[in-house]
Design a protein around this ligand. Structure first.
Ligand code: URA
Length: 209
């Protein structure tokens, strides 16, 4: 079964509290999401492989650690995933980016894909799938299933808030995909919102209703 990593650094928890506050402005919410995402990226990449290279400092030569060549891609689930993407790319500027657009069909209740664009060499990349909210888990499962069709080397799922149901659903369907979140909240309400949550992440990020 996959691991669930909770990022409980004080800075992250503080910024999440500000994001939850309903009176936090769009501009502040967006900046906070970028900052939290940078801190998430820091944790997600903790086990990245390193190698040694020969360098010269002003005083001597030495073998110094650098990141081993690792090709990464960040795949954003539209539209709220864009808010996490910015922050992660600040720490991983050479990562490629993919997008998946999904919506929930009111009639069938199923998830419908309307957009799918990946880097050509996705099969040779380690992928972070990003969406700030892991609520029912239906979009996350659909996104990961679709992504597996193009066969990336590995997949991790990165969110800010999760509901217990979403975590369970994703782990059941994709037991090979580790989950990174700040917190698992209490429950989902009847409309599928995470409670206590922070509301509709897309609306708060883009100032829409
Ligand atoms: N998506 C959101 O943006 N917010 C929730 O609470 C659940 C899903």
């Amino acid at each position: 079964m996959s691991a669930v990593h909770l990022i409980t650094h004080p800075l992250v928890l503080h910024k999440l509290t500000l994001m939850r506050e309903k009176n936090t402005s769009t501009m502040k919410f967006r900046n906070l999401m970028r900052e939290v995402s940078m801190l998430l990226a820091y944790e997600v990449t903790r086990s990245m492989p390193m190698t040694l290279v020969d360098i010269a400092t002003p005083l001597t030569t030495m073998q110094a650690p650098v990141l081993a060549k690792k090709k990464m891609a960040v795949v954003s689930i539209l539209r709220a995933g864009s808010g996490i993407l910015d922050g992660i790319l600040q720490l991983l500027p050479s990562a490629r980016v993919g997008h998946i657009g999904l919506y929930r069909d009111e009639g069938s209740g199923g998830v419908v894909e309307y957009y799918f664009k990946m880097p050509d060499d996705i099969a040779s990349r380690d992928v972070l799938v990003v969406d700030p909210m892991l609520a029912t888990g239906h979009s996350a499962v659909a996104a990961v299933s679709r992504l597996k069709e193009v066969g990336p080397k590995s997949i991790k799922f990165v969110c800010i808030l999760a509901a217990p149901q979403g975590v369970e659903y994703l782990r059941q369907h994709h037991p090979d995909v580790d989950i990174y979140a700040v917190t698992i909240d209490d429950h989902l309400d009847e409309q599928g919102y995470i409670v206590p949550g922070m509301g509709d992440a897309g609306d708060r990020l883009f100032g829409t209703k």
